[in-house]
Design a protein around this ligand. Structure first.
Ligand code: GDP
Length: 365
């Protein structure tokens, strides 16, 4: 999964990006390394992995990972291709979801590009750039489709969708706010890869004092929450300054620090939870003497698709999967014991994989 961090200058993006990637890299037993300073890999904490690795005596644990991209420089005029504008927009096109950082903290020492703290206005500024870019794409597509229409009547339905999208965007609403009635329509809209169709998580950057009540007494946060609800996005409260401090701590210190602040989760956990929920993601697990590993899939993925996450050959040559629920495996103590109790199911290609399934795939090569 790839998340792009956007927001106006000076809202706390870099502070947040640096602390999240540093905090999340702590346990990074991860097979790739960072090549680009604007890209960071964060591992997804999952306590099940350690317990599972213990019963398999695994050499290593590989957690699921999220790639963060710091997309700085998205400013007014970006869609006109001014400066590096186009590059930022194409960076956004490649991500699965957007983390939009908005400033909800007052601090006279930190200059706001538009003079005052107003997250809704800031969100509109960024959204407008994305909307301009999408409208341009839609206009080109509408012209092309209209031309081909005479020869191919099936394009008429597409044209209706394209025009509806354009009208919505021109009213200032993002494409993701629209509802589609059929899967085909939804797939078509998805295929356009519009920037405003990307799922968004708003990270409201607050002062330390707003953490304990989760932003309930901060009107800016409340306004962003309401907006997020309206457009089916997610929002969470974070303090980039505090995240910076947290990223310097080891696990024990961190737990104590969070307790002092009166909170249970740091920004990274909140962000991971929000993105899994927004994108409908779950994890299944594989375990063996070599490694215990978590794999991220979309809810509803069937066994061959899940196998394909590991290797395309697993999907192509899929025969069956042996599946045991994590809790049942742990309660049994070993895989053999779980099997003897009849807790290991043999599933075919229509099996819908569940969160916490421990899977073993059988396949032809
Ligand atoms: P970016 O331009 O969005 O990447 O913003 P930066 O992360 O560089 O932050 C801009 C300024 O705001 C820096 O001086 C940060 O120290 C400050 N800043 C960032 N997050 C917070 C925060 O949560 N509270 C306060 N008071 N200042 C912050």
């Amino acid at each position: 999964m790839k998340l792009g961090i956007v927001g106006l200058p000076n809202v706390g993006k870099s502070t947040l990006f640096n602390s999240l990637t540093k905090a999340g890299a702590e346990s990074a037993n991860y097979p790739f390394c960072t090549i680009d300073p604007n890209v960071g890999i964060v591992t997804v904490p999952d306590s099940r992995l350690e317990h599972l690795a213990a019963i398999y005596d695994s050499e290593k644990i590989i957690p699921a990972a999220i790639e963060f991209v710091d997309i700085a420089g998205l400013v007014k005029g970006a869609s006109k291709g001014e400066g590096l504008g186009n590059k930022f927009l194409s960076n956004i096109r490649e991500v699965d979801a957007i983390v939009h950082v908005v400033r909800c903290f007052e601090d006279d020492n930190v200059v706001h590009v538009d003079g005052s703290v107003d997250p809704i206005r800031d969100i509109e500024t960024i959204n407008l750039e994305l909307i301009f870019s999408d409208v341009e794409i839609l206009e080109r597509r509408i012209a092309k489709t209209t031309k081909s229409l005479k020869g191919d009547k099936s394009l008429a339905a597409e044209l209706v969708i394209l025009k509806k999208l354009k009208d919505t965007l021109e009213e200032g609403m993002p494409a993701r706010a629209l509802e589609w009635h059929t899967v085909e329509d939804e797939r078509f809209v998805q295929s356009l890869n519009l920037l405003t169709y990307k799922p968004v998580i708003y990270a409201t950057n607050v002062t330390e004092d707003d953490l304990e009540d989760d932003g309930a007494s901060n009107n800016h946060v409340q306004a962003v929450r309401a907006l997020a609800k309206e457009e089916k996005s997610e929002a969470f409260v974070v303090c980039a300054k505090i995240e910076e401090e947290i990223s310097e701590l080891d696990d024990d210190e961190r737990a104590m620090f969070l307790e002092d602040l009166g909170i249970t989760d740091a920004g990274l956990e909140k962000l991971i939870r929000a993105s899994y929920s927004l994108l409908g993601l779950i994890s299944y697990l594989t375990a063996g003497p070599k490694e215990t590993r978590a794999w991220t899939i979309t809810k509803g993925t069937k066994a061959p698709g899940a196998a394909g996450k590991i290797h395309t050959d697993f999907e192509k040559g899929f025969i069956r999967a042996e599946v045991v629920k994590y809790e049942e495996l742990m309660a049994s103590g070993t895989y053999t014991a779980a099997k003897e109790k009849g807790l290991v199911g043999v599933e075919g290609k229509d099996y819908v994989v569940q969160d916490g399934d421990v899977m073993l795939f059988r396949f032809n090569v």
